[in-house]
Design a protein around this ligand. Structure first.
Ligand SMILES: CC(=O)SCCNC(=O)CCNC(=O)[C@H](O)C(C)(C)COP(=O)(O)OP(=O)(O)OC[C@H]1O[C@@H](n2cnc3c(N)ncnc32)[C@H](O)[C@@H]1OP(=O)(O)O
Ligand SMILES: CC(C)C(=O)C(=O)O
Length: 515
């Protein structure tokens, strides 16, 4: 058995299944680029049969990504597997991941299939997938609640049919470290043909055990873990990529395992995902939270000043938290900007660099000093800003202490289809007027649930990051915006939500049209 663990990233598939985390194809491409930069082994880019948008998204990633295996999920049926096969066709390395549930509950109530029928479907699915690619993964959905003798039978059948990776999902996040370690030990020693395949774990976090369970699975014999950046995924989420990878790196003495991950890119990739989905990372989140390397209390600060290792088990720079003190300002050029962005974990294409550079110079003219957090906001703003379809053409606000003066916002928005519309709103507060004007133009009524503005860099001319959470008739959404102007940052956050809603409507509209 090797001491190398493959990192199978499912941010763009299981991660995207979580409510409020869906991404446009362009955003998925940007994330895939970041994941390739991290050197994950496999990108699960989506579920090709789910929608035309998902199919196209996988195909675009398969065309773009060069060094990483691109994978599509499929049920064990002809339509799903053929759609996946077509979607991954352009990939240099393409994988089909097919699955069927094996537990008694799922067999009886969901699939309404008996044990023999499930084995037959699993084998047929793997055989069909092998007609498209030699790299076929098979998952026993709800593996943890499946009888062991039956699981052994299913695994032996799919190995004979040509599966090359066998995944054991803890679909409902029910297992414990001891139990899953024992399961993998059983499978890797008792299943005929076990030596010829890669064993994989896919753990959900319903009991907060996803990372611990994935690590235990590795100790039991798993050599692939399925995980998502920031731990996003169905319900409470998946095993967090950054946590499992840093646990393996930091405790190599204990686990004895290597991964391919360029850990210095973790912080940037996490921030990019947060910006794209509009869901901020909690401050206390392990590895990538704002507080992960911060020390507030005197005794800790005293210890850290004497020797960082007193209270730090990892070096911030190992996960891409910059400790670079070089000052960037209006006299800096593209090389320095690209270099700093890379240190912050962002790999910029030439086009992205050019666009960020223009904003950087504007900011540098307006500010004395451009901090790392400014660069971060500019790069992330670039990623969010690509989302469309609406963008702000102009924004004017008037307000004052005179009680007869009603706050007024004049907003003009441009749609990617070429329309430009303007609206003037008068409300009790200037921000309400801005939000109202944007909602009137886009015809999107929403109720504000939470609104905050934070300074994300230093100095009186700091970048502001605004976050809004709003409720529509059906769902809650989060939006973010960044600018040196707090009003503009807030307007961008509001518009971010509207763009998410409109993109989603386009996607679901196309699914409906398909049926
Ligand atoms: C544990 C996981 O994360 S599994 C992945 C979950 N992800 C998703 O579901 C996202 C993508 N899904 C979708 O877009 C839709 O569910 C689709 C397009 C796949 C299917 O839509 P629909 O045809 O309307 O079916 P619906 O979602 O209502 O029900 C699922 C059907 O698949 C069947 N099914 C579920 N899993 C499997 C499987 N692994 N293999 C074969 N059939 C399966 C169910 O029994 C049900 O069949 P039925 O329609 O004959 O009752
Ligand atoms: C399809 C499988 C891998 C899955 O996502 C799960 O069971 O949670």
């Amino acid at each position: 058995m090797t001491n190398f663990v493959k990192i199978f990233d499912t941010t763009l598939r299981d991660g995207e299944q979580a409510p409020g985390f869906s991404m446009s194809s362009g955003q998925k491409l940007a994330m895939a680029e970041a994941l390739e930069g991290l050197r994950v082994d496999v990108i699960e880019a989506g579920f090709a049969a789910a929608s035309p948008g998902d199919f196209e998204g996988i195909r675009a990633i398969a065309e773009m990504v060069k060094d990483v295996t691109v994978c599509s999920l499929a049920r064990c049926n002809d339509g799903d597997i053929r759609a996946s096969g077509e979607a991954i066709k352009p990939a240099k390395h393409g994988r089909i991941h097919t699955f069927i549930a094996t537990s008694p509950l799922h067999r009886e109530f969901k699939l309404k299939m008996d044990k023999d029928e499930i084995v037959r479907r699993a084998v047929a699915g793997v055989e069909l997938a092998r007609q498209y690619t030699d790299d076929v993964e098979f998952s026993c959905e709800d593996a943890i609640r499946t009888e062991r003798d039956y699981m052994k039978r299913v695994c032996e059948a799919v190995i004979r049919a040509g599966a090359t990776t066998i995944n054991m999902p803890d679909t409902v996040g029910y297992t414990t470290p001891e139990e899953i370690e024992d399961l993998f030990r059983f499978l890797t020693t008792e299943v005929d043909g076990a030596d010829g395949v890669t064993w994989s774990a896919h753990c959900h976090d319903d009991l907060g055990l996803a990372v611990a369970n994935s690590l235990a699975a590795i100790r039991g014999g798993a050599r692939q873990v399925e995980c998502a950046l920031n731990g996003i995924g169905e319900r409470a989420g998946n095993c967090a990529l950054e946590e499992v990878v840093m646990a393996l790196r930091t405790r190599k003495d204990f686990f004895g395992m290597d991964t391919n991950i360029r850990t210095e890119g973790l912080y940037g990739a996490s921030k990019l995902l947060a910006a794209i989905t509009g869901n901020a990372v909690p401050r206390n989140k392990a590895i990538v939270g704002k507080n992960a390397f911060a020390h507030e209390s005197g005794i800790h600060q005293h210890g850290v000043l004497a020797n960082r290792e007193t209270y730090e088990i990892m070096k911030p720079e190992h996960v891409g938290v910059s400790t670079d003190n070089l000052v960037l300002g209006k006299h800096s050029g593209r090389a320095a900007l690209r270099n700093r962005a890379e240190k912050l974990g962002f790999t910029l294409s030439d086009n992205q660099l050019q666009s960020v550079f223009v904003s950087f110079k504007e900011l540098a003219d307006a500010k004395k000093e451009v901090f790392d957090s400014d660069i971060e906001a500019l790069v992330l703003g670039e990623a969010v800003g690509q989302a469309g379809p609406w963008e702000i053409e102009s924004l004017y606000v008037s307000a004052g202490s005179d009680e007869n003066r009603i706050p007024k916002a004049t907003v003009s928005l441009r749609h990617e289809d070429g329309r430009t519309q303007q609206h003037v709103s008068e409300m009790l507060g200037p921000m309400n007027a801005v939000f109202d004007a944007i909602s009137q133009i886009t015809d999107t009524p929403m109720e504000l649930e939470h609104y905050s503005v934070n300074s994300v860099s230093g100095g009186e001319d700091a970048m502001a990051e605004a976050t809004v959470r709003v409720a529509t008739e059906f769902e809650s959404y989060q939006g973010r915006g960044a600018s040196t102007d707090t009003v503009l940052a807030s307007a961008l956050a509001w518009l971010d939500v509207i763009n998410r809603i409109e993109r989603r409507a386009v996607r679901t509209g196309s699914i409906a049209a398909q049926h």
